[in-house]
Design a protein around this ligand. Structure first.
Ligand code: HEC
Length: 191
C-alpha cells in the first residue's frame, strides 16, 4: 500500500475556508504554547500512571486515574493562565467530560480517516477557530503495551474489568490495539 508520510505540522482548517488571516509568527507562537501545555499535562498524567502501575499494579493505577486524572488535568489547565486551556478528548471516551466539543469531533474523525488510509499522523495540528483564537491538537496514540490493560481487551483482567464497568457504565474506551489513535490533547489558545 502506498504510504503518505506527513513530516511537518499542517494547519487543519483549509486555507480557503479560513476567513481570518493567520500570521506565520502567530501560528508559531500557538504551537510553542500548545507544546508547552500538552507536555505539562502528559508529564503529570503519564508520570503518575507509571508510578502507580509500578507500585500497586493496574488496579491501584486505575483507582488513581479514576479519582485524580480529571482534577490533575484541571490543575494543569489552571496553571496555564486564562488565555490558555488544556484538556483531553476522545471519540471513544471513558469519562463523558472528555467528549469532543464542536469542531473537535470532526478533527478527530479526520485524523482517524488519515490513519486508516496509511498516513503516519503528524505530531501536532493547529485549527483556526476565529480571529486570534486557535486550537492546538496533539494526537495521542496507544503507544505502550500498558495502555492496553485498561483500554484494550480488558476482560483479560476480570477484577479490573469489573471495576472499570462499575465506575464508568457508559465506557467506550476499550478494544484498542497498539498504535490506534486514542484521542488528543487540545490546547485552546487566545492570542
Ligand atoms: C490503569 C488503567 C489505565 C491505564 C494503564 C491507562 N489508562 Fe487511559 N484512562 C483510564 C481511566 C480510568 C480514564 C478516565 C479518567 C477520568 O475519569 O478522567 C482514562 C482516560 C484516558 C483518556 C481521556 C479520554 C477518555 O477516554 O476519557 C485518554 C486520552 C487516555 N486515557 C489515554 C491513555 C493512554 C495513551 C494510555 C497508555 C499510555 C492509557 N490511557 C493508560 C485508565 C487507564
Amino acid at each position: 500500500m502506498k504510504r503518505l508520510l506527513l513530516t511537518t505540522t499542517f494547519v487543519a482548517a483549509a486555507l480557503l475556508a479560513n476567513p481570518y488571516e493567520s500570521k506565520p509568527e502567530e501560528i508559531a507562537a500557538v504551537k510553542a504554547t500548545g507544546q508547552k501545555a500538552s507536555a505539562a499535562l502528559l508529564k503529570s498524567l503519564g508520570g503518575n500512571l507509571q508510578k502507580h502501575l509500578q507500585s500497586g499494579g493496574p488496579m491501584e493505577a486505575f483507582g488513581f486515574c479514576s479519582d485524580h486524572a480529571y482534577t490533575m488535568t484541571e490543575a494543569v489547565d489552571q496553571s496555564m493562565g486564562s488565555d490558555v486551556s488544556v484538556k483531553r478528548i476522545s471519540l471513544k471516551y471513558r469519562n463523558p467530560v472528555n467528549a469532543p466539543q464542536g469542531s473537535e469531533k470532526a478533527i478527530l474523525e479526520s485524523l482517524e480517516t488519515l490513519q486508516a488510509n496509511g498516513v503516519v499522523l503528524p505530531d501536532e495540528v493547529v485549527e483556526v477557530i476565529g480571529d486570534g483564537v486557535y486550537k492546538y491538537y496533539k494526537p495521542l496514540l496507544i503507544n505502550k503495551e500498558a495502555c492496553l490493560k485498561c483500554h484494550g481487551d480488558i476482560d483479560k483482567l476480570p477484577e479490573l474489568a469489573k471495576a472499570i464497568r462499575e465506575r464508568y457504565p457508559e465506557d467506550k474506551a476499550t478494544g484498542y490495539r497498539m498504535n490506534d489513535l486514542r484521542g488528543a490533547v487540545v490546547v485552546t489558545v487566545k492570542h
